[in-house]
Design a protein around this ligand. Structure first.
Ligand code: PXP
Length: 246
């Protein structure tokens, strides 16, 4: 099992202020030191959080591996082929969405052709290619037909299900993960996973990689708060001591 951390959410905070902190590249260093197996970033067509500068710096500094999420029809495909991250995950992308809302609609002929072309281009550059799909057998079979190495199963519906629906969603994930194993696809999972809901997904034997972002970045804000406040107060208190000793 590998844990990849999605650092987009660090960039989202930076962009909310239009400044240079917090820097997702610095966050990635800490994430790696903490033992994560890789760094995931989604370079969106509208660059709303992660920038090209971030991806280029991550490629130069990350020692584990970068999993670059991208939409098939975007200019990011050129960047991916130039930079050759360890892994690329093709995802659907809509400008109006807050975050990726669902898996690739591979049943749609036009979408499928676009994804196939993008996947073939990525693979021809030696990039391990994964498709982000909903946990359904038809999408999985269509992904397998494209010859990609991996699929990432969208866990959003599982995460959003109420207690009564969670079990059914978990069964669904487990069944598709098993089928993925039979089709010799590497099975990843992600989206909406939290400290409260990750355990059953992590226990699905075929799942070999989890991509988690929001929940970890959210917790980092809280567990780091005490130290952050203390460090600021130390600076302020030291300045005040300076006044008194003048
Ligand atoms: N996997 C994919 C394909 C995603 O688009 C995202 C969200 O950027 C994640 C995983 C991580 O989701 P979350 O931030 O909810 O943990």
């Amino acid at each position: 099992m590998r844990l990849y951390i999605n650092v987009d959410h660090v960039a989202t905070v930076r962009e909310a202020r239009g400044t240079d902190e917090p820097d997702p590249v610095r966050a990635a260093v800490l994430v790696e030191l903490a033992g994560a197996h890789g760094i995931t970033v989604h370079l969106r067509e509208d660059r709303r959080h992660v920038s090209e500068r971030d991806v280029r710096l991550l490629m130069a500094t990350v020692r584990t591996g970068v999993n670059l999420e991208l939409a098939a029809a975007s200019d990011v495909l050129d960047i991916a082929c130039e930079l050759r991250p360890m892994q690329a995950t093709l995802v659907p992308e809509k400008r109006e969405e807050v975050t990726t809302e669902g898996g690739l609609d591979l049943a749609n002929e036009v979408t499928r052709q676009g994804i196939r072309a993008a996947a073939e281009r990525l693979m021809s550059h030696g990039i391990r290619t994964s498709l982000f799909i909903d946990p359904d057998p038809d999408s999985l079979r269509l992904a397998a037909e494209m010859g990609v190495e991996a699929v990432e199963l969208h866990t959003g519906e599982y995460a959003n299900a109420d207690e009564a629906g969670k079990d059914a969603q978990l069964q669904r994930l487990g069944a598709v993960a098993r089928l993925g194993g039979q089709l010799e696809l590497a099975v990843h999972a992600g989206h909406g996973l939290t400290y409260e809901n990750v355990t059953p997904v992590a226990a699905v034997p075929e799942v070999e990689e989890l991509n988690i972002g929001h929940s970890i970045v959210s917790r980092a804000v809280l567990v780091g708060m005490e130290r952050a406040v203390r460090e600021m107060w130390e600076l302020i208190a030291s300045a005040r001591r300076g006044i008194r000793s003048r």
